[in-house]
Structures are given as C-alpha cells and as structure tokens.
Design a protein around this ligand. Structure first.
Ligand SMILES: C[S@@+](CC[C@H](N)C(=O)[O-])C[C@H]1O[C@@H](n2cnc3c(N)ncnc32)[C@H](O)[C@@H]1O
Length: 453
C-alpha cells in the first residue's frame, strides 16, 4: 500500500514493508533516510507518479521506491547502473541460482587457479606467518606483490622469498591470458587475496556461459561480494592497507587485519548475494536505468516521472576515488592506471586509480555552481518537482566542507522555481523566497531536503 492518498500510475505496487538491503559499503548511502525521503515524496506527489533517482550510487533510493512507483535511476558510473539494473529487474530464475555451482565445477575454474598457484601459495604462507615471526616479510609482500605494477614497471629489489612466484605468475598471465585475469592482475594481493581475486575473475568470465539477461544480476552480486571482502579500512578502494606506521615499523595487528578479510570465501558470499538480488521484490512498473551525465538524463525524462530526487556529491572527494575498483569490475575494461608525480620520478598511484576516473563537476569548486544551475534549470524546464538532498557541514565532527553552501543553493533554486521549501528530519520551514525562514539555525545539522516546485 502507498500512503492513504496515493494511487500508483500505470503499474502494480508491492508491499514496501520489507526494508531495502545495503548493496555496497557506500559513503553517503541514503539507506537510513529512506522513510524521511518517502514521507516528503508521497506528500509532494500523492498520485504515485514516477520518480527519478538522480545520482543513484548504491541504489538505496531506487530500491525503496521501486516497490510503489516507477523508478528511473541515473548515475554516471557503470557500477551504479549494474547495481540498479539488478535491483529494478530481478530474476528469480534457476539459471542464476545454478550459476555459481556450475562455474565452480567447470574445468576453467581450476585452470585459472593453477595459473596463479605460485603466488596464492606464497601469500597463504606469508599470512600464516610461515617465514618469520617478524612482520617485515608481510610488509614486503604487501609492498611488492602487485602483478600490474610488476608487469608494467618491473622491480628488481623484491624479497627473494616471493620474487620467483611473482615473476612466474606474471608470465603465466601476461600477455597471453591477460584478458582472463582482470581482478587478479589489477587488484590481487593489493585489495583482495590472490585466491579471492582469481575466483572473482572466474565468476566474471563465467558470464560468457549464461544468458545476457542475467548478466547485471550476477555482476551486481560480484560487486557486492567485492565490497564485502575488500581488505581496506572502510571497505573502499581509495587506499590499500598501509602496513607500516609513520616511523616505518610494521603496524601491530597487521596480520589479523589481513586475515580477517582475505580469508573470506568468495563463492558462498557470492551465492548469498545472488539470492538477495534474485528474490528482491519490485512493483510492476516500467523501471529504467540510465548511465549518463545528469544533464542528458534529465533532458530525456518521460512525462510519467513527476519527481526528481537528487543526491549529488557535496565535497571535494570524488566518489570515483573510493569506488574505482568496482567501476573496473563492472566495466571489465583493463584501464590504464594513473601515475603519481614525485618530482624526480613518477610511480603508479597507490590506490591504482583508473586514469579515466570520473571527475564530477559537483566536487570542483570552479564548476559546481554551474552544475547546480544546470540541475535547477533543467528540472524546472521539465516541470518536475525537485527534491535536492543536502547534509549540512558538521565542523566539530570533522566532516569535509561543502563545495557549495546551503544558502547559496537556496538562492539559486529560488531563481528557477516558484516555491522553495526546506524540510529537515522532523523539522519544517516553509518559505517563498523568504531568506530568514530558510536560514538553518546554527547547530541544526540534520540532513535536509530542498523541495523545489
Ligand atoms: C552522494 S552519491 C549518491 C548516493 C546515493 N543516493 C545512495 O544512497 O547510495 C553521488 C553520486 O553521484 C554520481 N555523480 C557524480 N557526478 C555525476 C554526474 N555529473 N552525472 C551523474 N552522476 C554523477 C556519483 O557517481 C555518485 O554515485
């Protein structure tokens, strides 16, 4: 049931009592704010028209509304498209359940693992503490085990314990079998154990044996698995584990931190994700998933979409920095990796960032104002209601300053819409261009929605 007034347009809703699940460990996911957002959406559009989840990220908002309204999800990143496509078009079919077992038993699975067996074995022994009780060997391993870096910029000062297995594995993969080992060669030993990385590769390559219609569901399950097992603080891909403290000594607790994530088994976690996506319930609407810049996506919004919910980034931190690994898994495109300039020389970026990593206008001071202006202009021209999320800057909590301040946005919105209201969780201030009313009181740092009509 929608709220008591709502009648869905052109579709059949399902109960929204089942709460959406978290698809990714994701900064700024709106999972905890869904009830608040829904209250406001149902209020501004009680007829149950379609909603566009602009900047859909981990898909929390799209997932929530897909039960009761038509959803159009939009994000510039392919990993978000894959996740939203899996959420909005679930397939509770036997091929998706049988996939993992079939792939695991296929001969190519053991063939893949055997190609990188030398490095899997050495990693297992390093993490088991077989070589010495000192953590120096573990640090050495983490600092030199990247296959991508070894292939591109070979180093010769590698600990002799793992030099041979590393070189042997690299030559087993590169160049003849390069296309089969995306995760292993880019992220093995760095973000995942080599065994985990090879198993993720097995699953991604296994997609060749399954109907195209199941690809997004299975790929989304790979992305969620990767997000669960990635061996970093905070489960993102901005920086691999730093094995040493500032004075260069191995960090205490290093081994347990490594073993905790690297011992996680890929296939069982993947199967759980497949089941979660496959059994997800959506209302029967013609949901759409778009991977593009927000401007083009707004231009092509259909008439049956009445509300645009927008959750753009607000700080200088590009989302692509934290999730480039997921983007590479989603695109399976063997990207060039960016270099860091160190003055006298350059080296591969520590996080192994894609060179073409998306730089969002919203995160760049000189471009953000114009991006917001485009957002307001385009949504108002399409005569849709805009709900713009904004989380005020909490100085004392150490959060990053906002690229554009709330008051500035309110002013700008007022130039494009007749009515601009501010809703905060539990609080409501209404104004038609009245700046004093719109001014948030100091300390009022709850998430807000700017409602533009
Ligand atoms: C704050 S996150 C959205 C979080 C999302 N609401 C959730 O609950 O997971 C912002 C998103 O905006 C996307 N983005 C940034 N610039 C974009 C642009 N120009 N066009 C489309 N999407 C963009 C990023 O890829 C990121 O996924």
């Amino acid at each position: 049931m929608m709220n008591q007034y709502a009648l869905p347009i052109n579709g059949t809703p399902v109960s929204s009592k089942v709460k959406p699940f978290r698809t990714l460990h994701y900064l700024g996911s709106k999972l905890r704010l869904l009830d608040f957002i829904k209250t406001v959406v149902d209020e501004v559009d009680p007829k149950g028209g379609g909603i566009c989840d602009l900047f859909s990220g981990s898909g929390a908002v799209a997932q929530h509304f897909s039960k009761e309204r038509k959803v159009v999800s939009v994000d510039i990143q392919e990993y978000s498209r894959v996740i939203c496509s899996a959420l909005l078009n679930p397939f509770d079919d036997s091929p998706v359940y049988e996939f993992a077992e079939k792939i695991r038993e296929a001969s190519f699975c053991s063939e893949y693992l055997s190609k990188i067996a030398p490095i899997i074995d050495i990693e297992r022994r390093v993490l088991h503490g077989d070589f010495s009780s000192s953590l120096e060997t573990v640090c050495d391993f983490l600092e030199s085990c990247s296959l991508y870096s070894q292939i591109l910029l070979p180093r010769h000062d590698i600990n002799p314990l793992f030099k041979k297995p590393l070189l042997e594995t690299a030559s087993n993969i590169w160049p003849a079998n390069k296309h089969k080992f995306l995760v292993t060669s880019y992220f093995g030993g760095v973000f995942f154990s080599f065994k985990q990385a090879a198993e993720l590769d097995v699953i991604l390559n296994g997609l060749n044996f399954v109907d195209l219609k199941y690809h997004d569901l299975l790929k989304a399950s790979v992305l969620s698995t990767a997000s669960d097992i990635v061996n970093t603080v905070g489960k993102q891909f901005a920086q691999p584990i730093r094995p040493r403290n500032k004075s260069g000594e191995p960090k205490k607790g290093l081994l347990s931190q490594l073993n905790k994530d690297r011992s996680l088994e890929v296939f069982p976690i993947f199967s759980e994700w497949v089941e979660r996506y496959a059994t997800n319930k959506v209302g029967r609407f013609s949901h759409k998933v778009v991977c593009s810049d927000f401007r083009a996506a707004i231009d092509s919004l259909e008439n049956d979409v009445s509300v645009v919910y927008a959750d753009p980034p607000y700080t200088r931190d590009h989302y692509s920095r934290f999730y480039h690994g997921l983007e590479t898994l989603a695109r399976m495109d063997f990207p060039e990796i960016s270099m860091t300039n160190l003055g006298d020389r350059s080296e591969l970026s520590r996080g192994l960032y894609r060179k073409d990593r998306h730089q969002s206008d919203f995160c760049i001071k000189s471009r953000a104002v114009s991006a917001f202006n485009d957002l307001f202009y385009k949504v108002s021209s399409k005569q849709k209601v805009l709900l713009l999320s904004y989380s005020p800057y909490e100085k004392d909590k150490g959060s990053h300053p906002r690229v554009v301040e709330l008051e500035f946005l309110l002013d700008m919105a007022s130039k494009h819409f007749n009515s601009v209201e501010l809703r905060s969780m539990g609080k409501f201030s209404h104004s038609k261009l009245n700046r004093t009313d719109l001014h948030l009181k100091a300390g009022d740092t709850a998430e807000v929605l700017i409602v533009c009509r």
